[in-house]
Design a protein. Structure first.
Lengths: 101, 459
């Protein structure tokens, strides 16, 4: 067992408990935005792919890295935009001005 | 620790905190947007921090990837219609899985046999989960987009084949951990993961998609977390775990809402077996006229709309809202009852109704609305079937026995908007349609609602 693994496992388990607490409080009303938000957040794998794309380890790595950067960026950018688009629509009371005839 | 490393670690540390705060904001619609801004800021910090990484020698390819991804991301973000949200979500899980798997492959290529047991284990999980998520989500996307048929695709010996496949992937994984340098084993594992993803989702029907999407969400997150272990990066572990946990919680909730176990959803191929076996229940459907329904609605005290996937396919959410507006002007109390698995993904109906400008204070969950059903004058079922099927409550032998339902049959009158006399997605008969309290209004939901609105307007 090495130290990185043990430290990583601590982080993993604590994040799992924290995540459980935080996410159980999200009302069903917001489950679709929740899914697109966590999806955007897990696009954080972008930071792993950025290093792979920019490090010039070898040609294959660079190609794989660029594709990975593209895929992860789509999730981050698209995910946050869509989440915000959805959240903007949730209103407690109807605004009379916005109602259509 | 050099100043550079310190800055990078600081950016990751702040990002981790901002992600958690961001998700905490989602506990209420009022704080949700602010929370998301925090998460976005965290992401920006993490990306800027990463650009300082000492391994990076050239930026041109990074910029190419970032630009391409942003262009596609912005386009999808702005133009995907709300009704296509389940497809988009499935597609984004595919991208997430792909990104994780590719980083894993690249790490393996780079370090080869120098990988320690721990790192190769992490990479193995990353590639396995990433691969399954990638192809599984693509199949889910194809089903939701109706590129392939939504019904379960089953054949004899399917579960045996799937278990064999999964078993061999696990055996290869163990062999790889024992011989980290074995490239052939690694590629065999990748191939099996990709194949298994396809075969896992193929037999799952469209109505079970809420569970599958949530589960793939969980896998995509765990693949990111495994990337974190492989790269020794804590923010990846945290963000991946949050995503994985969220997907897992959602899939449990969806399963509970159908009173089924995850194994049953994944390996049960619901609907295909029962559809042909059951003889149609005897009974007469009572068709009602448009004018009759309009009168009932206009003079009701409380009307509850129960939307299902049919509302999404008919794009009827705005028509519902217009009818509801007219009713409210007449002093009718209007509420919407949302079943957790109505639609094709968790929360699907809420988003569609919010888009049609329905205030969320009128959206009621199953437990909240059921006690009000006996005092409800008219319950209008729009393109929903299984979630209002009384068989689930009354018939312990039914395929959906024990599934919590919205008890519309307890309302004083039930109006079902239905395209035809056919069965729902699960292929089950719905005795609700034959009950004396139920009247059926045949036709496209949107057209019916529009005509109802004009009929109510003339009263």
């Amino acid at each position: 067992m090495n130290e990185v693994l043990i430290a990583g496992l601590y982080v993993f388990v604590l994040a799992a408990f924290l995540g459980y607490q935080v996410i159980s409080r999200v009302p069903p009303l917001l489950h679709t935005p929740l899914m697109s938000a966590t999806n955007a957040i897990s696009g954080i794998s972008l930071i792993g792919s950025i290093v792979t794309a920019g490090a010039k380890y070898n040609l294959t790595s660079t190609i794989l890295g660029v594709v990975a950067v593209t895929a992860a960026t789509i999730n981050v950018v698209g995910g946050f935009i869509i989440t915000d688009r959805m959240l903007k629509m949730f209103k407690r009371e109807a605004k009379p001005a916005a109602e259509k005839k | 620790m050099s100043a550079q490393t310190l800055l990078i670690e600081l950016s990751y540390f702040s990002a981790s905190i901002l992600f958690v705060l961001g998700l905490k904001g989602l506990s209420h619609p009022d704080t949700a947007r602010r929370g998301m801004f925090m998460a976005e800021f965290g992401m920006l910090l993490a990306v800027i921090g990463t650009l300082l990484h000492r391994d990076i020698v050239s930026y041109e390819w990074i910029i190419v990837g970032l630009l391409a991804g942003s262009t596609i991301g912005i386009a999808m973000g702005l133009w995907v219609p709300m009704t296509a949200m389940p497809q988009r979500t499935a597609l984004s899980h595919a991208f997430g899985g792909l990104a994780a798997a590719l980083v894993g492959v690249s790490e393996f290529l780079r370090h080869g046999e120098n990988l320690g047991t721990f790192k190769v284990t992490a990479l193995g999980f990353e590639v396995l989960l990433g691969g399954i998520t990638f192809t599984g989500s693509l199949v889910a996307f194809a089903k939701l987009q109706e590129l392939v048929k939504g019904q379960p695709i089953t054949y004899k010996g399917q579960n045996v084949l799937n278990f064999l496949l999964f078993g061999s992937a696990v055996v290869i994984f163990i062999a790889l951990v024992l011989n980290p340098g074995h490239t052939a084993l690694f590629y065999a594992m990748c191939a099996l993961a990709l194949l298994f993803g396809v075969l896992l989702v193929l037999p799952i029907g469209a109505a079970d998609m809420p569970v599958v999407i949530a589960l793939l969400n969980s896998y995509a997150g765990l693949a990111s977390a495994a990337t974190g272990f492989a790269l020794g990066n804590n923010v990846l572990i945290i963000a991946g775990t949050l995503d994985g946990g969220s997907g897992f919680i959602l899939s449990i909730l969806m399963c509970k809402a159908m009173n089924r176990s995850i194994t049953n959803v994944l390996f049960g191929a619901f609907g295909s077996a029962t559809a042909t076996a059951e003889a149609g229940e005897e009974g007469v459907m009572r068709e009602v006229s448009l004018e009759d329904v309009a009168t009932q609605l206009a003079y009701a005290r409380q009307v509850v709309f129960v939307p299902g996937y049919g509302m999404a396919t008919a794009q009827a959410q705005n028509a519902v809202r217009e009818l509801a507006n007219l009713l409210e002007h007449r002093g009718v109390q209007v509420k919407y009852a949302i079943h957790p698995v109505a639609g094709r993904m968790p929360g699907h109906m809420n988003v569609l109704l919010a888009e049609a400008n329905v205030p969320y204070s009128q959206l009621y969950e199953l437990e909240q609305i059921n006690p009000e059903m006996p005092t409800t004058d008219v319950a209008v079922v729009i393109g929903a079937n299984d979630v209002v099927n009384p068989e689930a409550r009354d018939n312990p032998k039914s395929a959906i026995a024990g599934m919590p339902i919205i008890e519309v049959d307890k309302a004083k009158s039930v109006i079902v908007l239905k395209r035809g006399r056919g069965k729902g997605f699960s292929g089950l008969e719905n005795p609700l349609f034959f009950k004396p309290v139920t009247g059926l209004l045949f036709g496209d939901a949107k057209t019916s609602l529009n005509r109802l609105a004009s009929a109510v307007g003339e009263l």
